[in-house]
Design a binder for this molecule. Structure first.
Ligand SMILES: *Cc1c(COP(=O)(O)O)cnc(C)c1O
Length: 428
């Protein structure tokens, strides 16, 4: 696989280099200029999930990793299903929340962890990342127990729900969590200071494992194929997919799937009130506003960091802009959509509900629509219970960790103390 820095064409990387580095020069994103295309999609769709994903990923990655290696990575990463659940006559939810942390980020996180452990070939790595909730949990579970990789996760003390905190602070072993006595921005700043500090970056072999890593996107391509494989041939003829979007990694993966030959007629970029992209698609002007807090807080992003990749696919002529429309859903309609879904017998959470709302407004009667169910409703229990006025039960992974002890270290927002802590836990 050959990737180019979108900010500087001369900065090239192989798949392994791009996974290890994350970002290129000038914080540019790595992305290929072209993608393989499957001629016989029906044959591919007929395969089971893991076998099909191995085919897709080995075509994408190329001969850099032997197929047997990719097979092992996929078997260890994709240990749960992505069922397509019928919600209304021609509308389906692709449930991406059956992994250990109950959100779609498990797919990308687990795949990236397995890839890193294979390409590091036994050299030690430290993953250092800041989280406001979701990503940290996915990263922690994905790397838990992987040899030679230590994970340090910073999060704002007292600013995330207790259940969310327990989901990633109770694992122990190679997963180290630090509660910082400040907000999320302070955590991100501390991570940045560590990456700017050569002692730490080189001495502890830092890697960011963040959401822009190319490996995550490749993993996510696979579940779009899995979705379509569960439809009948007739339903595959005129298909619309609605993607609840924040940083737009999920939508990028869907577009890659289309470029590879998946029969999708139209994509909807569904956002909450942080609507930079829907406005851009209408007016052609990129005018981010300041970010506002919403019920769908994993999508509270006004400068989506994966958008340049979608832009590149359009510019390179891989994707026709006309197959994409944007739709912003405000707080009131998010709640309306959650209630409508409940009336259809489907309990959902705010992110998926936004995608459903955009889809149901757009869909023609003869079309088939899929919206992505990005999180389990219990992950957003409080807002779901408030909106629907009925209790939500905890699924097993959340119930399991609720009784466990939090193993975090507490530190003030002070880089010198964090640095001393990192060396003591990782070199001590
Ligand atoms: C991260 C997240 C999103 C947004 O996905 P992007 O790839 O950043 O667009 C949507 N829903 C949930 C539940 C998430 O955690």
């Amino acid at each position: 696989m050959e990737l180019f820095n979108l900010k500087d064409d001369s900065d090239k990387a192989s798949f392994a280099e791009a996974v290890k580095k994350g970002l290129g020069k000038n914080q540019g994103l790595y992305f290929p200029k072209q993608f393989p295309k499957f001629e016989n999609i029906d044959e591919l769709l007929a395969l089971p999930f893991v076998a099909r994903s191995v085919e897709i990923l080995s075509r994408l990655i190329g001969d850099e990793l032997p197929k047997a290696e990719i097979q092992g990575i996929v078997e260890r990463a994709f240990t749960f299903e992505a069922p397509l659940v019928k919600v209304a006559d021609n509308i389906y939810s692709l449930e991406l929340f059956h992994g250990p942390t109950l959100a779609f980020k498990d797919f990308g996180g687990r795949f990236m962890a397995q890839v890193l452990s294979v390409i590091a070939k036994g050299q030690p790595i430290t993953i250092l990342t800041a989280t406001s909730g979701d990503t940290g949990a996915a990263v922690a579970h994905a790397f838990h127990g992987i040899e030679n990789i230590n994970v340090v996760i910073l999060y704002p003390k007292g600013k995330i729900s207790l259940l969310q905190e327990k989901l990633f602070t109770t694992l122990g072993d190679n997963i180290h969590t630090v509660a910082i006595e400040d907000d999320f921005d302070a955590c991100q700043q501390l991570v940045k200071s560590a990456f700017d500090d050569e002692d730490v970056r080189v001495g502890l072999h830092l890697n960011s494992a963040n959401s822009i890593n190319i490996s995550r996107l490749l993993a996510q391509v696979c579940y779009y194929f899995e979705a379509v494989s569960q439809l009948s041939e007739a339903q595959r003829q005129d298909l619309v997919i609605s993607v609840p979007s924040g940083n737009f990694g999920n939508l990028t993966a869907g577009m890659i799937a289309k470029v590879m030959g998946l029969p999708v007629k139209h994509f909807i970029a569904a956002t909450n009130s942080n609507d930079t992209v829907p406005r851009y698609l209408k007016t052609g002007e990129w005018q981010p506003k300041s970010t506002v807090a919403t019920l769908s807080n994993a999508m509270d992003v006004s400068q989506p960091n994966n958008w340049p990749r979608i832009e590149a696919m359009i510019e390179q002529g891989l994707i026709d802009k006309a197959i994409l429309s944007g739709d912003a859903v405000d707080e009131d309609y998010t709640q309306v959509a959650m209630k409508q879904l409940a009336n259809l017998g489907y309990i959902s959470e705010p992110h998926a509900a936004i995608a459903y709302r955009s889809l149901s407004r757009h869909l023609e009667p003869e079309q088939t629509g899929i919206f992505l169910g990005t999180a389990h409703p219990a992950k957003f229990r409080e807002s779901v219970e408030n909106v629907l006025g009925q209790p939500i039960s905890l699924p097993q992974p959340l119930a399991d960790c609720a009784g466990k002890e939090i193993l975090s270290t507490e530190l003030p927002n002070d880089y010198a103390q964090l640095k001393a802590h990192l060396f003591s836990i990782l070199k001590g």
